[in-house]
Design a binder for this molecule. Structure first.
Ligand code: TYM
Length: 332
């Protein structure tokens, strides 16, 4: 059976981008057709300035939201990355496989590093090595498929390179995974700045739809989305990024394709109104289920405990094999 691994990092409240780009497919498709593991990858949240209590809170909230979005612990494994030591253990071996040049070429490192330096913050070493930890997350489970949004494509490419390099030098240990992306909404853009990704760690919030926003807040954010000059509704990401983003969101909510939907609209206002209602309806069941689950933290704890136990059982033997292959003496 195909093995799937993916994750979210608890650096902010989950957004419509996380849902359309990744989480919805995990629930609707991946957990049914593969042996799927989904991690709340909290170690990754420590790569930038962080508040310990907030990371803990967001980790729990992310776990609750994944369950509310339809991940079923009977069908898949949901766990917290830091509960499984193998991620950090394997990450070190992969640091000894990757080069610093490869790390410095990663777009997210360049962007986030530049942003931190611009406001006078130092850049944590872990921000540079982040993609190696992500590779460890994936490779520790002999993963075949990694369902992610477009922004993670470069990291999964690196993971493939590291797996192949390790296998070539030390013998076959790792499965070489591949990324899968949704057909529409693989990169949902910020409603106020449609040339940037809608990101949960971005400051502000007017351009970001959070999964737990009140319906009226969702409506307001979408009605106030920046659109482009010109009046006609066309799908062209280059010349009409704002309108194209709305068309993609609408297409992702309702099915169909953004180009086809464009023909049905004569004004930006009508497009915004329909998009707002479609998003509100899409998120309604998720919000309701989240409220129920948030009232039952013991259930969420049970799911995470069982998830970590299963994940450990899978990762341990594989990571042990990698330790032996690379030349480390087994425990005597
Ligand atoms: P993170 O937490 O930023 O995002 C979680 C998932 O949501 C997708 N996503 C988007 N998709 C479409 N449009 C957007 N605006 C948007 N924003 C986020 C991301 O592509 C991702 O699939 N490095 C990862 C977390 C990670 C991981 C892993 C993922 C760590 N280890 C191993 C897969 C496998 C990240 O920062 O995701």
């Amino acid at each position: 059976m195909t093995r799937t691994f993916s994750g979210v990092k608890p650096t902010g409240h989950l957004t419509l981008g996380n849902y359309l780009g990744a989480v919805r497919r995990w629930a609707e498709t991946d957990q049914h057709r593969s042996d799927a593991l989904f991690g709340i990858v909290d170690l990754h949240a420590l790569t930038v300035e962080h508040d310990p209590a907030r990371v803990r809170r967001l980790s729990r909230q992310a776990a609750t939201l994944l369950l509310a979005a339809g991940l079923d612990p009977e069908l898949c494994t949901v766990f917290v990355q830091s509960h499984v030591d193998e991620h950090a253990r394997l990450s070190y071996l992969l640091e000894c496989t990757a080069t610093d040049g490869e790390m410095r070429r990663m777009i997210q490192y360049k962007e986030k590093g530049a942003r931190a330096r611009a406001v006078g913050e130092s850049v944590r070493l872990s921000l540079l090595t982040y993609p190696v930890l992500m590779a460890a997350d994936i490779l520790a489970y002999a993963t075949d498929e990694v369902p992610v949004g477009d922004d993670q494509a470069q990291h999964v490419e690196l993971t493939r390179d590291l797996a192949m390099r390790f296998n070539q030098r030390y013998g076959h240990v790792f499965t070489v995974p591949k990324a899968t992306h949704p057909q529409v909404a693989a990169r949902v853009m910020d409603l106020q700045d449609p040339t940037s990704k809608m990101g949960k760690s971005t400051d502000g919030g007017a351009g970001i739809v959070y999964l737990l926003d009140d319906p009226d807040v969702v409506r307001r954010k979408i009605m106030r989305a920046v659109t482009d000059s010109g009046q006609d509704v066309v799908h062209d990401r280059e010349s009409r990024p704002g309108v194209s983003n709305l068309l993609e969101i609408l297409a992702a909510c309702e099915g169909g394709n953004p180009e086809g939907l464009a023909g049905a609209y004569e004004s930006y206002g009508a497009l915004k109104k329909d998009t707002a209602e479609a998003v509100v309806e899409l998120l309604r069941p998720l919000r309701e289920r989240h409220a129920e689950l948030a009232a039952d933290p013991a259930y969420v704890d049970d799911v995470l405990r069982a998830g970590a136990a299963r994940a450990r059982g899978l990762a341990r033997p594989l990571v042990d094999r990698a330790y032996r292959a690379i030349g480390l003496l087994p425990v005597c």
